[in-house]
Design a protein around this ligand. Structure first.
Ligand code: B12
Ligand code: SF4
Ligand code: SF4
Length: 346
């Protein structure tokens, strides 16, 4: 009987750790880098200046620079329960912080490889925050294709998963890159995006994306966009919800789903009343912990404008008297006017 190859055993272990997809690519250059540069040139990255930092550009182009003697990149995907409807908190943020979960699992994968080879290996782990074009590497490793909603989509698992990479100094057999396109003539996500952020060419104008505006942006949310927020407090799943590739997804395989820690809908008045300590206690174990308390309050206030209730109006009117933060105060003023207007309508 043939002994399974090193690559086959690594993939089996990845699967055992909960990664539904695992593929291998080479670190020399990333095909998607030109697309990334073109996107930056058009200044579609809003205030995410870190994406354009010169010292990180070379790493995005040649990810092998992240680890001396890097010879292969193992790309993985860990699923999370897919969004089921419009929610205050996007699905990715309702589970334990993926940065931590994926890192731990990739460390375990690295230990497994060392035990198998009876030797130490050099590794580098990337999950989201490293200067890595994760979706492009995943395409190269055969995990899926990029959709018009700009996300990585897999034929079986849709787009409801996180990506991570284990860089190794081992010369592994690379997988075939996927080619083709799942979208065809479909433009459901582009049409459904409430703010017109999706440009139709598999890129977006981040300055219009609610995921950017609610999580990354610490300033004001432009008034013309406030009307389109559809109650989103943290992140946004609208361009994934109706995607045909995401219909009928099973979430049972994900151990992240078992530990879902936050509800889809929030008690907005209770959130407005929360002090910073309670906010950290409630959200600290999820990816929401990256969202500043002040930004969270700003988003809660804007979401309250969706309510047509006298009670909400009274809560906002009494809260504005003590509000010290100018951005939150402005949001309250706006929300009060909107709720008042809605209540006055026949
Ligand atoms: C910045 C960022 C954002 C920004 C900008 C998003 C964007 N679309 O550019 C904002 C804050 C808006 C955002 C939002 C979200 N994000 Co985000 N984000 C990132 C981050 C850190 C960098 C992405 C980036 O560089 N964008 C710039 C564009 C130009 O590059 P790109 O998106 O990589 O696009 C490349 C591909 O499209 C590729 N490409 C296109 N066609 C083809 C064809 C071929 C053949 C090849 C090779 C490549 C290729 O070329 C492009 C350039 O390299 C990545 C993590 C990472 N380090 O990669 C997570 C990441 C993309 N985000 C993720 C998630 C989960 C989200 C949200 C769903 C969270 C939420 N629910 O609110 C939303 C989704 C919004 C959306 N429609 O994209 C996941 C996506 C997983 C997946 N299935 O794709 C990632 C990978 C994090 C992770 N480790 O899991 N995000
Ligand atoms: S996450 Fe929301 S706002 Fe951003 S592109 Fe998708 S639908 Fe549009
Ligand atoms: S909704 Fe349609 S166009 Fe958008 S990503 Fe899904 S298949 Fe592609």
């Amino acid at each position: 009987m043939n002994t399974p190859s090193l690559e086959t055993r690594i993939k089996a272990e990845a699967r055992r750790l909960g990664f539904v997809l695992c593929g291998i690519t080479k670190p020399e250059s990333v095909e998607g880098f030109q697309r990334f540069e073109a996107w930056l040139e058009k200044e579609l990255h809003a205030d995410m200046g870190y994406l354009a930092r010169p010292d990180t550009l070379a790493k995005r182009q040649e990810p092998g620079r992240l680890l001396a003697n890097c010879k292969s990149v193992i790309c993985v995907a860990l699923p999370y329960p897919p969004a089921k409807g419009i929610a205050n908190i996007a699905a990715y943020a309702r589970v334990p912080d993926y940065h931590i979960v994926l890192r731990e699992k990739l460390e375990q994968l690295a230990c497994f490889i060392e035990e198998m080879l009876f030797k130490k290996i050099d590794t580098y782990i990337a999950v989201d925050s490293s200067p890595v074009l994760e979706k492009s590497l995943a395409v190269q490793a055969g995990l899926g294709l990029v959709g018009r909603n700009t996300l990585l989509i897999n034929e079986t698992y849709g787009s409801s998963f996180f990506l991570g990479e284990l860089f190794v100094d081992l010369d592994l057999q690379a997988d075939e890159a996927l080619t083709g396109d799942y979208c065809g003539d479909c433009t459901i996500c582009v049409d459904a995006c409430p703010t017109g952020a999706l440009l139709g060419d598999k890129t977006m104008d981040a300055s219009r994306c609610l995921s950017y505006l609610t999580v990354e942006n610490r300033g004001d949310i432009p008034p013309e966009i406030r009307w389109q927020m559809s109650g989103q407090v943290i992140g946004c799943d609208i361009c994934q919800l109706l995607c045909p590739m995401n219909q009928g997804l099973e979430s049972s395989e994900s151990d992240l789903g078992l530990y879902q820690v936050l509800p889809a809908k929030l008690d907005l008045p209770a959130c407005l009343a929360m002090d910073e300590e309670s906010y950290k206690a409630m959200f600290g174990k999820t990816a929401v912990s990256r969202l500043k308390y002040k930004s969270f309050r700003r988003n809660v206030i804007l979401a309250m404008a969706d309510s047509i209730s006298q009670e909400t109006l009274e809560i906002l009117k009494s809260a504005i008297v003590h509000e010290a933060d100018p951005i939150c105060k402005d949001a309250m003023q706006w929300a009060i006017e909107v709720v008042r207007h809605r209540l006055s309508m026949p």
